[in-house]
Design a protein around this ligand. Structure first.
Ligand SMILES: Cc1cc2nc3c(=O)[nH]c(=O)nc-3n(C[C@H](O)[C@H](O)[C@H](O)COP(=O)(O)OP(=O)(O)OC[C@H]3O[C@@H](n4cnc5c(N)ncnc54)[C@H](O)[C@@H]3O)c2cc1C
Ligand SMILES: Cc1cc2nc3c(=O)[nH]c(=O)nc-3n(C[C@H](O)[C@H](O)[C@H](O)COP(=O)(O)O)c2cc1C
Length: 752
């Protein structure tokens, strides 16, 4: 088999080593544009964990690499003159050139032919090769030439960065945050060999524009940054090596291969330098591709799809983490002045949530103890309740006169089990058991303010006196048998009304009700899907009626004994249909600008705020992202939160999507958390954060990192009604049991 590798970076070199080792008869060639012993950049970082993966693949290179390592355990964060050190991170750095030399030497030893000083700008000469490996890095001309076939997606990020070296010795991975007359600067620094360090400097494009450095020489950059880092550098120097200011390109490809060409490393995907995983990803690609080709005896039709199948989930997950990390650094201005050094450092360390509260505790228990104490102090001040040692999720939280015992809320979840809006025993057991399960707040499902406002015929309602009696039975039970508070989410389904029950095709297929379909209304006459009715565009009389229905339901909610209300302005229902530019195409004062689109939801909010006692809080759930071009964006969510806050909203519940059927959401662990964090910091209002929160450690990270004030958990609560009790047990926190269950207060369950 003839394999041609374009580019001689870590991807091509490591692949050629592994392919040639397993298949000595294969003819493997590498063409690299740089001369021998020349490369760009300074050092690369590997975590201890990454190296374990390479030990098995080729022990010789593993040994040579690890022999060249500079190790460190600590991360130092400098914030406003204070240094916070976090221990136990286990990283190693080495010179990029040294890494390439090790890989080249091993590849040559195995018989790989490496040609330097060859710039390839066309694949014409290699059309007879069995396999062409595009390992030619971020700017790969091969990826660009076949961008359609690969389904390439390259986004240049807004921040500017420059990759420099320094003679300064760093004993820890060091993050600097320095301010000058132009703005806030991020420094990412680590030592890769004695007396040699990588020193990456990053700033927003806004800050960069003020410096006048655009198009400057490397000397100008060094002069400017030497002044900025005067104190940190002392007598040490900054060093350049093709150190130009760039914007980071985020690269993704739908198809990893096209015919006999396969993308690898940075040509295939990039991971922001703040998680230092680009080289790791490139080398892991190499391991998997070599293995697939070897297993299928070089048969590309089997090996290449298998390569993509194995790598894609891993690459996607790492790119998601890299994206969150990159965005954290892009948005540092958001946190820097609002956090003290400890909170800021915790936020940095847990930014991509690959390290959560428990992982950090395993690395540095003392730091996490300090963080827990900080959270306790803040919670005491916020709630007015003196609290003793507790994990972050078990600290209290106050909203007006409502005091929550902990930060866990059961998310509103439709049960589609009511009859003409009337709830029954199912709801009592469903909600009652979650209250006994320890959650601090139970939010009852989306409850219709009118018969027509129901999503399905099975939806709960608060539009008749009979409904009040049924709900009262539940709130009484919760108040009597638990310390949980209970709220109700009031909604009108708008253009998503009048569909079948979830399990009869209502949710996914949006099938209409078979008999008794009822007319529906929305901001604009746009059907949700082809299966849905076209709603009537609401006129003033419709709006007045909806406000009246809301107010009546609020009065009923009060009678029914709820502690908090939630106004449902999310998931494409009536009020959301006004907020989103995709569903609101009105030309009157209720459409157009965000201010106009907010007008009706705010009118509703003001009316319900007036009808609800001052001492009881109200939350508003919004979809912070429509997940579609031209739709509602997280920046709009900040504006919307500011408007609701001004109208008296106490806390925003930040969800996303389900607004238009064509949405393309990017799901993942805690995928909506960045929206909550943004609203919390930029609109300066408490947030409830929801979306794939499952683990106790993630929930603790959310609270401790200031990413949300309440963790809202839906499906995990269906899976485990006692999630909060189990969290308390796991985290060693004493949560009072109902008296009937006292016998298990000190129980030590054996699960398997
Ligand atoms: C600022 C910065 C900091 C980084 N820090 C780290 C870090 O700490 N840890 C880490 O793991 N990763 C880091 N990376 C990422 C890392 O450098 C890359 O992810 C990794 O090198 C990818 O390997 P590769 O083989 O795919 O591509 P590259 O290493 O880019 O290799 C591609 C090679 O192809 C050659 N080439 C390109 N075009 C042609 C052509 N037409 N003809 C012939 N040859 C060609 C290039 O000269 C180059 O040698 C960082 C990246 C940046 C930008
Ligand atoms: C069965 C079910 C019913 C739901 N009903 C509602 C609802 O009534 N109101 C609402 O705002 N969200 C509703 N949701 C969305 C959840 O509240 C939550 O936002 C979503 O499931 C993401 O959280 P999770 O990852 O913890 O499940 C529902 C979700 C499920 C699974």
């Amino acid at each position: 088999m003839d394999v041609v590798c374009i580019g001689g970076g870590p991807a091509s070199l490591y692949f050629s080593i592994l392919a040639k080792k397993a298949n000595p008869g294969w003819n493997v060639k590498i063409f690299e544009q740089n001369p021998d012993n020349v490369t760009w950049g300074f050092g690369v970082v590997f975590s201890d964990e990454t190296m374990e993966n390479f030990k098995e693949a080729d022990y010789d290179t593993y040994k040579a690499i690890t022999d060249s390592f500079e190790h460190w355990d600590d991360i130092d964060v400098f914030h406003e003159g204070t240094k916070v050190t976090s221990k136990g991170h286990g990283f190693a750095g080495m010179q990029r050139l040294k890494l390439l030399q090790i890989l080249e030497s091993r590849a040559s030893q195995l018989g790989v032919k490496i040609h330097h000083d060859v710039i390839i700008d066309s694949l014409e000469d290699y059309k007879d090769a069995d396999l062409i490996l595009a390992g030619n890095g971020i700017t790969s001309f091969i990826r660009e030439q076949y961008s359609e076939e690969f389904g390439s997606d390259v986004v240049f990020r807004p921040n500017k960065f420059v990759w420099l070296g320094s003679t300064k010795r760093f004993d820890a991975f060091t993050f600097y945050f320095n301010k000058n007359q132009h703005g806030l600067w991020r420094g990412h620094c680590y030592q890769y060999m004695p007396g040699h360090s990588t020193f990456i400097v990053e700033c927003t494009d806004e800050t960069f524009a003020k410096t006048g450095l655009d198009g400057c020489s490397e000397d100008d950059t060094v002069a400017y940054l030497s002044e900025l880092y005067k104190e940190e550098l002392g007598s040490d120097k900054l060093i350049t090596n093709n150190s130009l200011w760039r914007n980071f390109p985020r690269v993704k490809n739908k198809n990893y291969f096209h015919k006999n060409i396969v993308l690898m490393g940075d040509a295939l995907h990039t991971a922001h330098f703040s998680i230092g995983s680009g080289t790791k990803l490139a080398m892991e690609d190499a391991v998997e591709l070599a293995d697939c080709l070897t297993s299928f005896n070089g048969k590309l039709d089997k090996a290449l799809p298998e390569f993509q199948k194995r790598r894609e989930p891993i690459v996607d997950s790492l790119q998601r983490a890299a994206q969150v990390s990159m965005e954290w650094f892009e948005d540092v201005e958001r946190y820097h002045d609002k956090m003290d050094p400890l909170e800021f450092s915790y936020s940095l360390l847990t930014r991509s949530l690959r390290i959560n509260h428990a992982n950090l505790e395993a690395r540095d228990a003392n730091l996490v103890k300090d963080v827990d104490t900080m959270v306790l102090k803040k919670a005491s001040a916020q709630s007015g309740v003196k609290v003793t040692a507790s994990p972050p999720i078990f600290t209290p939280f106050r909203l007006r006169e409502m005091l929550l015992e902990n930060r866990i809320m059961m998310s509103p979840m439709c049960m589609y089990s009511a009859d003409n809006g009337l709830i029954g025993d199912w709801h009592l057991v469903h909600l009652g058991s979650r209250a006994m399960g320890g959650a601090g707040l139970i939010m009852a499902e989306c409850t219709a303010i009118s018969k027509e406002g129901r999503i399905t015929p099975g939806c709960a309602g608060l539009y008749s006196d009979e409904h009040v009696v049924a709900w009262k039975k539940i709130t009484d039970f919760v108040h009597k048998n638990s310390s949980a508070k209970i709220g109700v989410q009031l909604g009108h389904a708008g253009r998503k009304a009048s569909t079948r029950l979830q399990w009869e095709g209502g949710e996914k297929e949006q099938l209409p009700v078979i008999a008794d379909n009822w007319p529906i209304i929305s901001a604009s006459p746009l059907a949700y899907t082809l299966n849905n009715q076209v709603p009537k565009e609401m006129d003033q009389a419709d709006m007045d009626n909806v406000i009246k229905d809301y107010v009546k339901s609020v009065e009923r909610a009060l009678e029914a004994g709820f502690d908090i209300l939630e106004l449902h302005c999310a998931h494409g229902y009536l009020l959301n249909s006004f907020l989103s530019p995709k569903t609101n195409i009105r030309t009157d004062k209720y459409g157009g600008s965000i201010g106009n689109r907010l007008r009706f939801p705010i009118q509703v909010f003001k009316a319900i705020r007036k009808a609800w006692p001052l001492e009881r809080p109200i939350s508003v759930r919004i979809s912070a992202h429509d997940w579609i071009a031209g739709g509602f964006e997280p920046s709009d969510a900040v504006e919307v939160a500011l408007a609701f806050k001004a109208a008296g909203c106490d806390i925003m519940d930040i969800s996303s999507g389900q607004v238009v059927a064509e949405e393309e959401p990017v799901y993942g662990r805690l995928f909506q958390l960045p929206f909550s964090e943004r609203v919390r910091f930029e609109a300066n209002i408490p947030t409830m954060t929801v979306g794939n929160i499952q683990s106790y450690a993630d929930a603790n990270s959310i609270i401790a990192g200031g990413r949300g004030d309440i963790c809202v958990i839906a499906r995990m609560h269906l899976f485990d009604p006692y999630w909060t009790r189990h969290a308390a047990n796991y985290l060693g926190h004493q949560l009072e049991m109902p008296q009937q269950y006292k016998s298990v207060e000190k129980y030590n369950p054996r699960w398997a």
